[in-house]
Every structure is written in structure tokens, then in C-alpha cells.
Design a protein around this ligand. Sequence first.
Ligand SMILES: [Zn+2]
Length: 130
Amino acid sequence: MSSSGDRDLQGKLDDEQYRVTQEAGTEPAFTGKYVDHKEDGTYRCVCCDQELFSSEHKYDSGSGWPSFWLPLAGDAVRTNTDSSHGMVRSEVVCKNCDAHLGHVFEDGPQPTGLRYCINSASLDFKDSDQ
Ligand SMILES: [Zn+2]
């Protein structure tokens, strides 16, 4: 087997999804398909289908990106220190496949005080009926 995982993902993802998840890109604010999305269900990793966030924890932060105050499970995502762009931020990645998801900030609502600011391009929504 000589095919790389990258090649498989390139076939599965569109250009924006690939840029965000594999090259730590950020979609422009207010352009993502899940910014104002309010259906009940689960947001999964677009790369590996791992369940990452629930609509129960989604809220309207006004930032222009889907925002959550809690991941679906504590071990669904991992954070890395990201010092790119002259800022020190906490990068959020999929624990399962290391896909870049977004960043977490400490200005979210209680009880966590966290704001997971996630790119729509890194998520795949499944409604709760499925
Ligand atoms: Zn993943």
C-alpha cells in the first residue's frame, strides 16, 4: 500500500475543508454553513466522523464562527498552543485524527467560561433523528 492518508482526504474533502483541517486555515467570518445553524444534533469531524460537539452546547457568540462552550466529550478534542500570527492561542484539534478545528478562548459563557470557536469547514452535522 503506497497511497497516503493525505491523498485519501483530498478526495473526500473540498478545497476549503482541506485547507482548514490539514493546513490550519480559518474560514472567513460569517461564511461558514453552521454559523447560524440551530438544528438539534451532533457535529462530527469532517475528516474521520468522530463526534466532537453537540447542538446543546452551541451558542450565538456573534463572532462569525460556530461557537460551543463545551465539547461533546472531554476527550473528543485536544488543544495545542498556537503562537502563529503573532498571538498565543489554544488551537483545537480532533483527538482522533489531528484535524485542525479552530481555537478555544476563555471568554465564553458559564459554567465553563470557554468559547470553542470552530470552523464550519471542519464539521459535518448529523441531526439527532439519524
Ligand atoms: Zn477527526
